[in-house]
Ligand binder design. Structure first.
Ligand SMILES: Cc1cc2nc3c(=O)[nH]c(=O)nc-3n(C[C@H](O)[C@H](O)[C@H](O)COP(=O)(O)OP(=O)(O)OC[C@H]3O[C@@H](n4cnc5c(N)ncnc54)[C@H](O)[C@@H]3O)c2cc1C
Length: 622
């Protein structure tokens, strides 16, 4: 996720706000709001369409988020007109986002709703998909930062209305290229509409040749014309609300339950113990993004996931959340070179990652990072899900009506859809036993502070980590051992290992075995490529058969994947469940509900469980 060039703005004497990058105006004094309502909301017939929404979500795509006026007004209209069970997904693409301080200045010129909520959630200005939530999650703003030509092909979803609101085609020809219109058409729901202030001939022709029915309409104010367009067909009937069994009440299961409940599904959360009883049960965990020097699916996933999880943690107002920041120390010249390259190549906003020094080491500070209690997070996420605890799941049976969840030979739950989020136990079923999840044991040690260590106010990472004292204890860790899951008794030698690493790098904290106040062990589920496995469960045998030619280095006759209807997997978060699980839950909920995917399509593909079947075939291992 690279940093983006923010918009360069200029206020003119007559109160118009202009872009120095495009030599065009955002709006004229006193006109922005009315023009936005007229061109985009009325001409897309939104007041009537919002009133008619049933129990479903309405999707709007906007090209050119600008100052967010269109979004704020649309959200206000939606909140007033749509029934309480309706939801709005608003995906806005912006290449040069306005900086937060400029937004504050712009908003001071208008009476606008929800500007405080938008500003409070405004993301670091980095390329990628960012998420902001309004009205208790009923309205989701996906702020897609980057060039339309790169971002739109990455958007998976179908939209009911489009706002084409970039700078005018004459000033911003790159946005209005011919290839834009077929990309929009592929992402438009039957009955979907388009509105734009532009009456340019090539815009009308582009929409027409992509298959829209196009009309001229009276423009706003002194403008003679604008363009509206419609996609044929009528709105599909809303997808029914589902009953969904989520298996596993750790971070992955609780996050999936939360995202599904926000979309109105009935959720039953099933666990053999209870909330956060296993790997997710450490008293304190660190929420930080794992970054990679070169662009990679791993770095892209962790940046997106961290930003998403952080928003969620802030929104849930978790009492344990402490935004204390993380300092990662360079332990040798190689580390220092990597940090320099990471910062130079990515140009992150300083609050996301910046050069720093601590205790005689160079390093990098991640000021948005912090720590929280995973069990508290899980409990807040699972708050309104129905629960079935103390129930060990031993099998899954598909029936003509959906799924039966089996435990000890009995049906313990019936559901339309099942989400498997059981950590290492996710491969306990016939349908998922092929998943290449590997077990990594880990132990975290709790220490009473010393006079010196009490001053620590940031998390410091070396080849382990130490947190500032929380309720009188530091948390240090963690060990990593390839070991099959088994007993979770803690080991004195693991505490000693955690202490030895700490004292090698931070002896000035004077922490010793005398300070050990406790420890906790667990088994992380990891995957061979260190990315979690998130998405529909593939039919293993059908995949192996259909894609068998891959073994001979040939193309398969079909590209069509064969999934097991109504079965999804969210597992394999390794050492990063706090950041990874919330976004994975959101992805699964969007897939189940037919909503736009919350991540770039190419990233979602890297997380699909079937990637391991393809790799196995190509390497002739299966
Ligand atoms: C020592 C240590 C330190 C860590 N520190 C951090 C950190 O600082 N930051 C961070 O982001 N991550 C950290 N992690 C990783 C993080 O804890 C995991 O990524 C996360 O907990 C995984 O969540 P999960 O929901 O996938 O799995 P789990 O938390 O293991 O949840 C799976 C659930 O499924 C249930 N289950 C399993 N099988 C069955 C069955 N057959 N029937 C019914 N229920 C079943 C279990 O009871 C369990 O509750 C750490 C891990 C360890 C071990």
């Amino acid at each position: 996720m690279l940093a983006l060039k923010p918009a360069r703005l200029q206020w003119s004497d007559d109160g118009a706000l202009a872009s120095l990058d495009y030599g065009d105006i955002y709006f004229q004094r006193g006109q922005g709001l009315e023009e936005s309502r007229y061109v985009f909301m009325e001409r897309n017939e939104l007041p009537a369409r919002f009133r008619a929404i049933e129990n479903e979500s309405f999707h709007i795509a906007e090209l050119g988020f600008g100052s967010g006026l269109n979004f704020l007004l649309t959200a206000q209209l939606f909140a007033q007109a749509a029934p309480p069970s309706a939801r709005l997904v608003y995906a806005a693409i912006e290449k040069h986002p306005v900086r937060r301080e400029d937004l504050e200045r712009i908003y001071s010129h208008f009476v606008l709703p929800d500007t405080d909520k938008l500003l409070a959630q405004y993301p670091p200005l980095m390329e990628g998909f960012h998420h902001l939530h309004f009205y208790g999650g009923r309205i989701r703003l996906m702020l897609l930062l980057g060039d339309v030509a790169e971002i739109l092909p990455e958007v998976r979803g179908a939209f009911d209305a489009w706002y084409l609101d970039g700078f005018s085609p004459a000033k911003n020809p790159a946005m209005w290229q011919e290839k834009l219109f077929p990309l929009m058409a592929e992402r438009t729901r039957p009955g979907g509409t388009v509105a734009t202030f532009s009456a340019a001939g090539h815009v009308r022709r582009g929409l027409e040749s992509a298959g829209y029915t196009v009309e001229k309409a009276k423009g706003y104010g002194v403008k003679r014309d604008m363009t509206i367009a419609r996609w044929t067909g009528s709105k599909p009937s809303p997808a029914a609300k589902k009953t969904i069994a989520v298996l596993g009440a750790g971070l992955a299961g609780c996050a999936a339950a939360y995202a599904l409940r926000r979309r109105g599904h009935n959720v039953v959360l099933i666990d053999r113990s209870g909330i956060a009883a296993e790997t997710s049960g450490n008293p304190i965990g660190i929420l930080y993004p794992k970054l990679t020097v070169d662009p990679s699916p791993l770095g892209q996933f962790h940046s997106h996931a961290f930003c998403f999880a952080r928003q969620l943690v802030e929104k849930l107002k978790l009492p344990s959340w402490r935004n204390c920041g993380v300092i990662r120390l360079d332990l040798d010249a190689d580390d220092a070179g990597r940090t320099r390259a990471l910062l130079a190549q990515n140009e992150f906003p300083p609050e996301f990652a910046a050069a720093a020094a601590y205790a005689g080491h160079s390093g990098m500070e991640q000021a948005m990072a912090g720590m929280l209690s995973p069990p508290e997070f899980c409990a807040a996420l699972a708050n309104d899900a129905q629960t079935l605890f103390g129930a060990s799941v031993t099998g899954l049976r598909q029936t003509p009506k959906g799924w039966e969840v089996l435990g000890g030979g009995h049906i313990i739950a019936s559901a339309d859809t099942v989400i498997v989020a059981q950590g290492l136990g996710s491969r306990d079923f016939l349908q998922t036993e092929w998943l290449p999840l590997q077990s990594l044991r880990g132990q975290v040690t709790y220490l009473k502070p010393t006079v010196e260590s009490r001053k620590l106010d940031k998390i410091v990472c070396h080849d382990g980590y130490i947190t500032p004292a929380v309720d009188g204890l530091h948390y240090i860790g963690a060990t990593f051992q390839k070991e099959n899951p088994g007993a979770v008794e803690t080991r004195a030698e693991d505490d000693a290992e955690n202490l030895e690493k700490l004292n090698r790098h931070l002896p000035q904290l004077s922490l010793s075995a005398a300070q050990v106040a406790g420890s906790r062990a667990g088994y992380r589920a990891t995957t061979p490529d260190k990315l979690p496995t998130v998405g529909p469960a593939p039919d293993y045998d059908a995949f192996r058969k259909n894609f068998a030619p891959l073994r001979e280095g040939k193309k398969a006759a079909t590209e069509a994947p064969a999934y097991i209807e109504g079965l999804y997997i969210s597992a394999g978060f390794g050492a990063h469940g706090l950041s990874g699980a919330p976004l994975a839950g959101e992805m699964i909920a969007a897939m189940v509900s037919g909503e736009p995917l919350p991540v770039p399509h190419s990233l979602a593909e890297h997380l699909l469980p079937e990637r391991f079947i393809f790799r196995g075939l190509k390497r002739k291992k299966i």
